[in-house]
Design a protein around this ligand. Sequence first.
Ligand code: HAM
Length: 429
Amino acid sequence: MNNFKNLRGTVDLLPDQLIKWQNVEKIIVEQLLRSSVKEIRTPILEMTELFLRGIGEGTDVVSKEMYTFLDRGDRSCSLRPEGTASVARALIQNGISTKPFQKLWYMGPMFRYERPQAGRQRQFHQLGVEFVGYESFRSDVEIITLAWDILEKLGIKELNLEINTLGDNTDRSNFQKAFLKWLEVNKNSLDLDSQKRIEKNPLRILDTKNVQTKKILEDAPRLVDFLSDKSLKRYLNIKEQLKLLKIPYVENFHLVRGLDYYTHTAFEITSGSLGSQATVCGGGRYDNLISLMGGTETPAIGFAIGLERLIILSGNKLGESRETDIYIVNKGIHAEKLAMDLSRKLRNYDLIAELDLSGASFSKQFKKANKLKSKSIIVIGDDEAFKNQFIIRLFNNDNSENKEETISIEDNIKLEKWVKSNLLLHKNL
Ligand code: HAM
């Protein structure tokens, strides 16, 4: 007896579900290609130190949610909880200074030990995009637009974009001084979690989910009021450009994001169609990360989209698979040999050609073709095989027979003509 089960918070993706995943991924990759973003793949496993330094020890992701263990050489390793730190490491290691401008994407599993619920898993998948070396406010706009367009391309409804700015180090430290003063006075009115954060990570108090604390925070100082002229100008430019592009946004001065590396722009996109885990995309600028990790000072901005949430949101149409174009019914020693050869030939025409391997009776094979709603079938029995022929039949939508033809196995021209005029009408061959 087998009692094995997958670990809590992980899921098996079965073939029927994966059709939607593959369609969604295809649409995403095409959109990325059109925007000249290139793929990068980094290991799933990294030195723990990378995330401590890159994401920040005080963050929930690092302090509570990482899968960390010692390997057989007593080195502390962690499964990646996100991709930005790894991309930064890979670029530094591979000589960022030789290629200072890079637009990169990655897709793959990430791991966070969180409480699983709909749209939240311990092993989940992200599409991440990072623009490295880009400083101008226009790159912030381009990255936000890219995230928005990907979500729109997938037909996702009720999108809400929230933006904020975290300023540069000086802006933030000026704000923090004023905020800490305010926290001192208001400490006792805050929830316990927020009180604990005062010392460790006061900025994170701003995005508390506690309703009462939220209300009290309405009177707290705002980071936007502590921005230098330069930082403010950058922020205003971004807003203006988003307006020009007709990308609707809401300012949320409490949006600080859960990772420590952010500077200036922070943004999230939620969808009203999702439940409590509504954030489908999160991102922002991280101008200090690469130098903090030992690289040359390099501005950068990026985002990540949670693929599980994207799958929940995208329409059922994307879950439909391509129909079988041709089902090859075959029986008999000679017929089976010819059938295999024929199936390979047909796949070269970009057709979905399924070869029946059962050796069952003709009627059983016909039933299978019927069940698959194959647009056509090829029939080869030994009678046909001896004559070096096969019969090809096309069906109408209601599965009634449309036409039939007998073709010689060597007559590639006739086969190609038949295929093009009957099965590849939608393609420009
Ligand atoms: P993040 O906000 O931590 O950002 O994650 C981005 C997205 O990943 C979330 O909005 C959500 O859709 C998805 N996600 C996060 N945790 C889970 C989970 N446990 N289960 C399912 N989905 C989840 C980052 O990871 C940054 N690296 C984004 C970034 C890239 N910033 C700059 N560049």
